[in-house]
Every structure is written in structure tokens, then in C-alpha cells.
Design a protein. Structure first.
Length: 397
């Protein structure tokens, strides 16, 4: 059991740390953090205090902890790797008291949705500077640069948020394999999904039409020779982070959106579309990222369209199978392919314009999503009702 006053203790410790940072490194950010922490501690009106806590404290707690560990690593360079490991452990539990105090008590589903989106954005945007004596191709370097640990913070949050908001965590719903139709549709869907992943990747690097549909040159995909990510560990960890975090976010978003739309016509269809739009829009942050994730404004627009189609497909597959691990593995597989494209693949002459390629891929994902949805709408509807069923609540379709 977590002590009730643990959050207050943490808040006061961060205020103390804020004073130290202001004295030692006076700048606008450290001073602003300290002022917000003090405001959070003195506001007695619960609503105002909760808003401050939800919006600002995840950023402040993670940044202050990160800055402190960076300073310690600079001072004790010979054991900096040890402190890096301590950082990873600390970051996983750092926000738990705050989450319990301010996030789990949110009542309205729409505010739960907004708070979850914000927390995920903040948690995955914080990274620590690597020790200078750490090899850039090492396991730890790849782990750090992928921000996988920060992603695990989001996964932990989502797991406990679902439970604390009264739902059951149902990541592996059963499939009736006694019906041959279910087996056939599932097998065909998985085969088509894997083929289409290769189709998407190779059609972006093909120099002739034969190389789009099957005459694929697999030498253009090699994680050890990637154009974007030089550390092969980072490729795997980045793909795992994307699969775990983005599919967990899709899970909680679908639950909350379906709840918000209670009584609305086309509730199921709208839930899939809105959750996919949120998934697509979350990639806008890439326009403000650093290399190798940074995209141009034009590239970002194309990515939003593309990921919307992919999001619809993954949402339908998750709701059809009821198995979160399937879409996580699929997402990891796809991102590993994308991150592993070699310089020769990147420089390949496109026979399709960027607009044509984006529209073709987007329509392809949407078409696959529509087929699976139409063939399995009854199962999908039953599964989302089960996923959004609250504890001790009767299922009403």
C-alpha cells in the first residue's frame, strides 16, 4: 500500500531540489519550475491544484530528476553507467504518486482521455544525456536513444489507469476456434498483413514496378546497415517502444472514446476513426524532433495520412482478435522493417510520386481494415463492449 502523503513528500522534496537548481544553475526554466511547484503546494482548491499537477508536474518531476542524474554522472564519470541504470529504475516509479493523486481521480471520460494523451506525450519526450564514456554503438546507448524506458512509464500508467478507472485489463480475449471461418479469416488476415508490410516498404524504394509487388531486394533492409539509425540496438528498442506504447495508447483511447460516445449512432465506427486520428496526429511531434526522427512539414503531412490508415487497420485487428499482443508484435515487425532500410534503399529512385505512394498505402490500409471490419463486425462489437465493461457491470449491447 502506498502512503497517502507520499505525493506531498515528493512535492516538498522537489521544491527543495528546485531551490538547489535555481541557486546552482539560475535560469528561467529552473525558476519557473520552482514557482509552479510552490503554487501546487499552496493551492487548497482541489480542482486548480489538480489541473496544475496534471499539466505541469510530470514535466517538472522528470526534468528535475533527469538534470540531477546528468550532473551526478558528470561528477562521477567512472561510475556513470551505474547512475544511468539508477535513472532507468527511478524514471519508472517517479510519477506513480502523482498519477495516483491527480490522474486516477479524474471522473469524466473526456478529461481522462485528454490527461492520458498529455501524460504520454510528456513521458516519451524526456531523454537523458548519455555519459561521455559510453560507446555510441553499445546496448545502453541504443536503449537510451530509443526512449524505451520512458515508453514503459506510459505502459505502466495505462495499465493502472484502466484498473483504477473501474475497467478490467483484458489484453487477450478468447477467439472461438471451433468455427473454421474464424480460423481462416485470422490466418488470411495475418498473411495479408505481413505481405502488405513488405509491399509498403519496398514500394517506397522500388526502381521498377516488378519490385513493388514481389520481386523484392531484401539486401535493401538490414538493421546493421540502416541509413537512419546507426546503432542496431536502437532499431530494435525503438520498434519495441512504438509497438508497446502506441498500441497501449490505442487500447485506452478506444475504451475512453467508446465510453464518451455512449448513445451515439455509429459509436463503434467513430471510436475506430477518432482513435486512429489521434494516433496519426501524435506523429506531428516528429516535425519538432531531432535527427533521425525529424521530418519536414511536407513529410509530416504525408505521415499523418499514412498513419491514419494504418491506425484504422490496427484498431480493427485489435478489436477483432481481442489480443493486444498481436497488434504489438505486428507494429514492432513493421517499424523494424522501416528503421532497417539501408542507404541504398533510401537513395533508390521512386517510380511513384510521394503523393501517389501515400495515397496508395493509406487506401490500402483502409481497404484491409474495411474488409476485416465488414466480415467480423459482430465479433468486433462484442469485443469492444467487453473491453469497456466496468467491474460488476452487466454487459448491455
Amino acid at each position: 500500500m502506498m502512503p497517502k502523503n507520499l505525493f506531498q513528500i515528493q512535492l516538498y522534496l522537489n521544491i527543495l531540489l528546485g531551490f538547489v537548481l535555481v541557486i546552482k544553475y539560475p535560469n528561467f526554466i529552473t525558476l519557473l519550475y520552482l514557482m509552479i511547484l510552490i503554487l501546487s503546494s499552496i493551492f487548497k482548491r482541489k480542482v486548480i491544484s489538480q489541473i496544475i499537477n496534471i499539466i505541469f508536474l510530470p514535466i517538472i518531476f522528470m526534468d528535475q530528476f533527469t538534470i540531477s542524474l546528468q550532473l551526478i554522472m558528470l561528477k562521477f564519470k567512472e561510475i556513470s553507467v551505474l547512475f544511468l541504470c539508477i535513472y532507468y529504475i527511478g524514471i519508472l516509479v517517479l510519477d506513480i504518486p502523482l498519477i495516483k493523486e491527480s490522474y486516477f481521480v479524474i471522473k469524466k471520460p473526456v478529461f481522462r482521455l485528454l490527461a492520458s494523451i498529455w501524460f504520454s506525450l510528456v513521458a516519451t519526450s524526456t531523454k537523458i544525456i548519455l555519459p561521455s564514456n559510453l560507446n555510441s554503438n553499445s546496448f545502453l546507448s541504443g536503449l537510451n536513444n530509443s526512449a524505451l524506458i520512458n515508453g514503459m512509464v506510459v505502459v505502466i500508467y495505462i495499465y493502472f489507469a484502466i484498473k483504477n478507472w473501474g475497467y478490467e485489463v483484458r489484453c487477450n480475449l478468447p477467439i472461438d476456434f471451433l468455427k473454421y471461418k474464424n480460423i481462416i479469416i485470422l490466418v488470411v488476415t495475418m498473411i495479408l498483413s505481413i505481405w502488405f508490410c513488405f509491399f509498403v516498404v519496398f514500394s517506397s524504394v522500388a526502381i521498377n514496378y516488378k519490385e513493388i509487388f514481389g520481386n523484392w531486394d531484401f539486401s535493401l533492409i538490414n538493421p546493421t546497415l540502416s541509413e537512419k539509425l546507426k546503432n542496431s540496438w536502437q532499431i530494435y528498442f525503438s520498434a519495441i517502444k512504438a509497438g508497446l506504447v502506441e498500441e497501449s495508447e490505442r487500447y485506452i483511447n478506444l475504451i475512453l472514446i467508446f465510453t464518451i460516445l455512449k448513445g451515439q449512432k455509429f459509436r463503434l465506427e467513430l471510436s475506430i476513426l477518432i482513435s486512429s486520428l489521434l494516433f496519426a496526429l501524435s506523429h506531428i511531434i516528429n516535425a519538432f524532433s531531432i535527427y533521425p526522427y525529424k521530418l519536414s512539414i511536407e513529410g509530416e503531412i504525408y505521415q499523418v495520412f499514412f498513419t491514419f490508415g494504418l491506425g484504422c487497420y490496427l484498431a480493427v485487428i485489435f478489436l477483432y482478435t481481442g489480443k493486444l499482443w498481436i497488434v504489438i508484435l505486428f507494429h514492432i515487425f513493421y517499424d523494424t522493417l522501416v528503421f532497417s532500410i539501408t542507404p541504398l534503399g533510401i537513395s533508390g529512385s521512386l517510380i511513384l510520386s510521394r503523393i501517389s505512394y501515400t495515397m496508395m498505402v493509406t487506401i490500402g490500409w483502409l481497404f484491409l481494415a474495411a474488409i476485416v471490419f465488414i466480415l467480423n463486425k459482430k465479433i468486433i462489437k462484442e469485443n469492444i463492449i467487453l473491453l469497456t465493461k466496468r467491474r460488476n457491470e452487466k454487459i448491455i449491447s
